[in-house]
Design a protein around this ligand. Structure first.
Ligand SMILES: [Zn+2]
Length: 387
C-alpha cells in the first residue's frame, strides 16, 4: 500500500533527519517542501532574525541543531526569486527540484495559531463540541456574553466569541448570538459539527433543531443535574415532564464539565465585579483560553526512575477520604516570568502592534449626550431650590 509506505518513510525521516523547527510545523523533506538552513554566523543580522522567528513561539530556543531547518511554508512569495512563481504559474512544478531563497529572506509566517485547525482537519471527522455562554454580570443587565466552544475529544478551547449587549436586540439574546457566530466560524473553516453538548437554553435548542440539521444536540448532564442535588434526587427529576424529555437528550459520552473548569479559570482572568472594555474583555478571554489549553495538554510529571507522580488530596466532598491527583510537569508560568525579566533587563519589552477585531460602539453611544455646560447649569439650578 502506497499510503502506508509513505507514512513509514515520513515517520523515519521525522525521527532521524532534517525537519522544520517552526512552531506547529513538522515538515520534513519527505513532505515535498523545501527546507532552508539557517543563515551562517557570517551573517549575524539575518541569522538573528531567523532565530527570533522561532523564539517568538519557543522562547527557550537558542540556536538550531544540524537537523533543524525552516520550511518554505514560513516564507512569503517575495522571499524567492521570481522564476519559481513563473514556473508554478505554468504548472511546471516538476522542474522545481529545490527552492533557493533570496539572500536576505526572513521567515515571517507562523502556523501555530492554526494548529487546532490542522489537527481537526487531519482527523477529517465531524467534531464533538461542548458550548456554553458566560455573562459578565449575574442577572439580566449583562454587558458582555462570551460563548466558548470546547472540542471535547481534544479537550481544547476551540473557539471563543464575545458579544456586547448593544449588538443584539437585548442582553437575553447574547448567548444565542455567540453560538451562531461560533458555528459560522467552524463552517467557514470547513469543519462539520457532528455533536453539540450545551445546557438547556430554549433559544439554543430551537436554533440547533432548525438550523443545524446534521448536528446531534445533547444536554449536558452537569447542567441538568445542577440545582437538583444531583442524581440522588433522580426520582424527583424523572417526575418532571420537561426534564423527562430532556433526559432523552442527555449527552451519552463527553461531558462539558471541562467548560465549567474553563469558566472558573476565566473568573480569575476577568472577575465579574470589574468592568472591562471590549478589547480588555477579549484579551482576557483569549489569555484564559491559552492558559486552559496549555494546562490541559501538560503531561504528568515522572520521578527520576520514570514512575508517574501523584499527590494525595482530601477533597471536601469526600468527607475525610483521600483522592489521588496527577502531578503535572511545570507550567509555562515560570518560563514566562524569566522571559519577562530578560526582556525588561534588555529593554526589549516593547509592545508589538496587536491586531484587534473591530469593537462595537460603547453602550453609552446610543444614549442622549447633553452639552456639558447645560448639564452643570441644570444640576446647580436644582440645588438652588433646596432651602
Ligand atoms: Zn515548517
Amino acid at each position: 500500500m502506497a499510503d502506508s509506505i509513505e507514512e513509514k518513510s515520513r515517520t523515519l525521516a521525522k525521527g532521524k533527519g532534517r525537519f522544520c523547527c517552526a512552531g506547529g510545523c513538522t515538515n520534513t523533506n519527505a513532505d515535498g517542501v523545501s527546507l532552508h538552513s539557517f543563515p551562517s554566523e557570517k551573517r549575524p543580522d539575518i541569522r538573528r532574525k531567523w532565530i527570533k522567528f522561532i523564539r517568538d513561539e519557543q522562547i527557550n530556543f537558542v540556536s538550531p541543531t544540524k537537523y533543524q531547518f525552516i520550511c518554505e511554508r514560513h516564507f512569503t512569495k517575495e522571499c524567492y526569486p521570481k522564476k519559481y512563481s513563473i514556473l508554478e504559474a505554468l504548472g511546471k512544478h516538476d522542474e522545481i527540484k529545490r527552492k533557493d531563497l533570496n539572500p536576505d529572506a526572513v521567515p515571517t509566517i507562523h502556523l501555530k495559531p492554526k494548529r487546532y485547525l490542522h489537527t481537526a482537519r487531519e482527523k477529517n471527522l465531524p467534531l464533538s463540541l461542548g458550548g456554553d455562554g458566560r455573562c459578565d454580570t449575574p442577572g439580566h443587565s449583562a454587558k458582555f456574553c462570551s460563548y466558548t466552544m470546547l472540542d471535547v475529544n481534544l479537550m481544547v478551547v476551540a473557539d471563543i466569541q464575545l458579544v456586547q449587549s448593544n449588538e443584539v436586540k437585548s442582553s437575553s439574546h447574547m448567548e444565542k448570538e455567540g453560538l451562531i457566530r461560533a458555528v459560522k466560524e467552524f463552517q467557514e473553516n470547513g469543519l462539520a459539527i457532528g455533536e453539540l453538548v450545551t445546557d438547556r437554553h430554549p433559544q439554543i435548542t430551537k436554533f440547533v433543531r432548525e438550523e443545524m440539521p446534521n448536528t446531534k444536540h445533547y444536554f449536558d448532564v452537569w447542567h441538568v443535574a445542577k440545582g437538583s442535588k444531583a442524581f440522588v434526587e433522580l426520582e424527583k427529576i424523572a417526575a418532571n415532564t420537561r426534564i423527562k424529555k430532556d433526559i432523552r437528550k442527555l449527552s451519552p459520552g463527553p461531558q462539558t464539565a471541562a467548560l465549567e473548569g474553563y469558566h472558573s479559570i476565566l473568573n480569575h482572568f476577568a472577575p465579574k465585579m470589574i468592568g472591562f472594555s471590549y478589547e480588555g474583555m477579549l484579551s482576557r478571554l483569549l489569555l484564559a483560553a491559552l492558559h486552559f489549553n496549555e494546562n490541559m495538554q501538560r503531561p504528568q510529571a515522572c520521578t527520576r526512575e520514570g514512575a508517574k507522580r501523584f499527590s494525595i488530596i482530601f477533597p471536601k466532598a469526600k468527607g475525610g477520604h483521600y483522592s489521588l491527583k496527577e502531578v503535572k510537569e511545570p507550567s509555562y508560568v515560570e518560563t514566562l516570568k524569566d522571559e519577562m525579566t530578560r526582556l525588561a533587563i534588555n529593554g526589549e519589552g516593547k509592545r508589538k502592534d496587536i491586531q484587534m477585531p473591530m469593537a462595537p460602539p460603547p453602550l453609552s453611544a446610543s444614549y442622549f449626550h447633553p452639552v456639558k455646560e447645560d448639564a452643570i447649569n441644570n444640576f446647580q439650578s436644582r440645588f438652588k431650590l433646596l432651602p
